[in-house]
Design a protein around this ligand. Structure first.
Ligand SMILES: O=C(O)/C=C/C(=O)CC(=O)CC(=O)O
Ligand SMILES: [Ca+2]
Ligand SMILES: [Mg+2]
Length: 423
């Protein structure tokens, strides 16, 4: 197995096979710039580019890495991403002396991850959220509309989604303020206004678009993966009481626009190739524009941890897998653009809550507690139906290779009570 001269623990999320991109700022100061995670280090690509170490890659020499976002890099095409990735991989290889034996450059180019601040890596222009897990859609449908109408008649024919809100996407670690809103409990005669009482998380995977398409020029399902730059973890925080009252007939609005958290490291799509698998069988067969040849799902293990303020450590409350999704990322992209809609570099297409068939694989509290009828019992006697103030939700994910992991790191956030200011 290929190894780096940088030490990488076997359970590290960031071995040489991964090389995810992020935007960071050293805690000691300096401007935001682009880096790559390796073991517990960050490699500063702006430093490497400045000394010509990334030459002759197409991405080199253009100032792409001394920017506060990955967008300019994402706007290049797949061959350029692939070439850059190979260049970085070679420079980090244990057998390659160029960087390994240049102590002065190494000193300037590497930072401990613990000594940098990770920033929102992408300027996200548009955010779309799908609803691609059949188990999630069936469960939510049963809970919101009753068993008979669990899965809407369109669901097996197209990837259902809604246009989300990009402005409130925040980086992992940002506190999330409990939203205020309008809700109508079943026993109330009129709607109430106040802090959300049914705050939830949603375990999702986000697909970041690299290459865009022109307005009016759809992306075909079999070309769609060429447009994907990389993936992140997404927590689509949801106010279930606000959502349940407002959503008909146009779908989620304020119930989901107050915050969406993403993980800081963008895992290159190319790194996931060894973990490609077939997704669930699709019956009825989708219309030709959605029919994908080959396998379109990826085996990514996902976990949700919850930590109440009284708990010494976080407790795992759900284990799921990205491969459970019914609709693939390629199908989502093909559907999104079939009417002519243009995607732009940096757009986020989230998968929708990733739930599986077993109870412990459900990706949100709405399902895990069956809308409150089956509370979760946590360590130290804590019980949860919905999130309480100061609860911390952490999601993690990784592909398990033979002796290595392609990891996503984590997306974490803590619930802050209403009225404690911004930031
Ligand atoms: O079926 C409904 O009314 C509920 C929809 C959602 O909760 C939308 C959503 O965020 C989709 C998802 O995460 O899978
Ligand atoms: Ca969602
Ligand atoms: Mg959201």
């Amino acid at each position: 197995m290929v190894r780096s001269f940088i030490h990488v623990e076997p359970d590290s999320h960031f071995p040489l096979q991964n090389l995810p991109y992020g935007v960071f700022r050293p805690r000691s100061g300096g401007d935001p710039r682009v880096g790559v995670a390796i073991g517990d280090q960050v490699l500063d690509l702006a430093v490497l580019d400045a000394v010509g170490y990334l030459d002759p890659a197409e991405a080199a020499g253009q100032g792409l890495f001394s920017k506060p976002s990955l967008n300019a890099l994402m706007a290049l095409r797949r061959p350029a991403w692939s070439e850059l990735r190979q260049t970085i991989r070679r420079l980090l290889d244990a057998e390659e002396p160029a960087l390994r034996d240049n102590a002065v450059l190494r000193q300037a180019a590497f930072h401990k991850q613990a000594e940098v601040e990770l920033l929102l890596p992408v300027e996200i222009g548009d955010y779309t959220d799908f609803y691609a897990s059949r188990d999630h859609a069936t469960n939510v449908g049963s809970l919101f509309r009753g068993k008979e109408q669990a899965l809407m008649p369109n669901w097996l024919h197209l990837p259902v989604g809604y246009h989300g809100r990009a402005s409130s996407i925040v980086i992992s670690g940002t506190d999330v303020q409990r939203p205020l809103g309008q809700m109508k409990p079943p026993d109330a005669a009129a709607p109430l206004f106040g802090p959300c009482r049914q705050l939830d998380f949603e375990l999702e995977v986000g697909c970041l678009i690299g290459t865009g398409n022109a307005l009016g020029a759809p992306i075909s399902v079999d070309d769609a993966e060429e447009y994907i730059f990389g993936l992140v973890l997404v927590n689509d925080w949801s106010a279930r009481d606000i959502q349940a009252w407002e959503y008909q007939p146009l779908g989620p609005f304020l119930g989901k626009n107050f915050a969406t958290s993403i993980s800081p490291w963008v895992v290159p799509f190319e790194a996931l190739e060894p973990f490609r698998v077939a997704g669930p069988a699709q019956e009825p067969k989708p219309l030709p524009y959605l029919e994908q040849s080959g396998k379109g799902a990826f085996d990514i293990r996902l976990e949700v941890q919850l930590q109440a303020e009284s708990m010494k450590e976080a407790e795992c409350i759900a284990e799921s897998n990205f491969r459970y999704l019914y609709w693939t990322m390629a199908q989502q992209i093909a559907h999104h653009t079939i009417g002519g809609c243009n995607l732009r570099p940096g757009d986020l297409l989230a998968s929708g809550t990733v739930s599986g068939a077993e109870k412990g694989t459900r990706g949100c509290l709405l399902e895990l507690t069956w809308r409150g009828s089956d509370p979760l019992k946590l360590a130290g006697g804590e019980e949860r139906v919905w999130l309480e103030d100061s609860d911390r939700v952490t999601m993690t994910g990784w592909c398990q290779g033979d002796g290595y992991r392609i990891g996503f790191g984590e997306v974490t956030g803590r619930v802050r009570p209403v009225g404690q200011g911004g930031g």
